[in-house]
Design a protein around this ligand. Structure first.
Ligand SMILES: Nc1ncnc2c1ncn2[C@@H]1O[C@H](COP(=O)(O)OP(=O)(O)OP(=O)(O)O)[C@@H](O)[C@H]1O
Ligand SMILES: Cc1ncsc1CCO
Ligand SMILES: [Mg+2]
Length: 279
């Protein structure tokens, strides 16, 4: 009877999230990151704290040798210039060809037609997951620029859910929107991950970092990208919740979030991960 009660009490998303995190720590998969200059440090530290092995390898000359060794690839267009785009396409194309997952972060996609066109071309290469903030997902889904402040969102994540569903259907990718609630959709199902604190918006590249964590979780189980994405959002948000208990502002939150991610234990994950259905 006690066992049955215990089983009924188990939070299924907490259990999933813990399974991904503990497997990540055991397997330490190599994650190739082709990302913007602002994000490189915090992204690599986030991946290390979670248990993955990051490598910021972005020269087109290295992709044929290096990408086959990576368990997943993260591509972020945050500081895109024309000379980087061929390397991004080569890595995405090779990941596809080798059956490896890859994840797109369309950072500031609404800022210019150059960036929008680049992201639409990358989406042709079938990302496993696309993760953006509300404004980025709306811009991508409408294939239009302008409704943006740059890297930050002008929209609530909930404003972008219908755009995300339509982008998921047209692209075949899992689409993930960060914000006060982090949403994940495959075009039909929608779940929302509730962990996280508003102060995380004041840490530059926290969104870039959670996209990299999604790439790491997807590397653990490429066939369940929806579940891996929701779990990565929750684990990162939970590290933010715990970090905020100690932080005095954005700079110390950055530090405490990374420490909390490193120290997360099973009981805390089972107890505090909160993911609900929206569909
Ligand atoms: N209002 C909020 N409440 C709680 N958590 C939030 C809130 N806004 C953002 N977050 C969290 O902050 C992290 C970054 O999300 P955000 O939407 O700010 O990404 P972003 O705009 O792409 O950031 P960046 O471009 O700086 O990397 C996510 O983990 C998200 O869950
Ligand atoms: C501030 C900023 N500008 C381009 S990329 C980036 C990091 C957050 O996306
Ligand atoms: Mg971003």
């Amino acid at each position: 009877m006690a066992d049955q009660k215990q089983q009924e009490d188990i939070n299924p998303w907490g259990l999933k999230s813990w399974t991904y995190l503990s497997s990540l720590r055991q397997q330490s998969p190599l994650i190739q990151c082709i990302t913007n200059f602002v994000s490189m440090d915090i992204m690599a530290n986030t991946l290390l704290a979670a248990g993955a092995s990051p490598a910021m390898v972005h020269s087109i000359l290295e992709i044929p040798d290096f990408t086959p060794h990576a368990k997943s690839v993260l591509i972020n267009v945050g500081t895109l210039t024309p000379d980087w785009l061929p390397a991004m396409k080569a890595a995405a194309g090779l990941a596809n060809q080798l059956g490896k997952p890859w994840v797109l972060d369309p950072a500031a996609v609404g800022a210019s037609s150059f960036r929008l066109k680049a992201c639409l071309e990358l989406i042709e290469l079938k990302p496993t997951v696309i993760r953006g903030n509300g404004s980025e997902i709306i811009a991508l889904s409408m294939a239009s620029i302008g409704s943006t402040k740059g890297a930050d969102s002008l929209h609530e994540s909930s404003d972008a859910v219908e755009s995300a569903k339509s982008l998921a259907k047209s692209s075949g990718s899992i689409v993930a929107i960060s914000g006060s609630v982090d949403f994940v959709t495959d075009g039909e199902r929608v779940v929302g991950a509730h962990n996280g604190v508003p102060m995380m918006q004041k840490i530059t590249a926290s969104g870039c970092s959670v996209t990299a964590l999604i790439a790491a979780f997807v590397a653990i189980d490429p066939t369940h990208a929806f579940e891996a994405t929701a779990s990565a959002f929750s684990v990162f948000g939970l590290a933010g919740d715990i970090g905020m208990e100690l932080a005095k502002g954005p700079a110390s939150l950055r530090m405490h979030l990374i420490d909390s991610l490193h120290r997360l234990d099973q009981d805390t994950v089972l107890d505090r991960v909160t993911i609900t259905n929206f569909s």
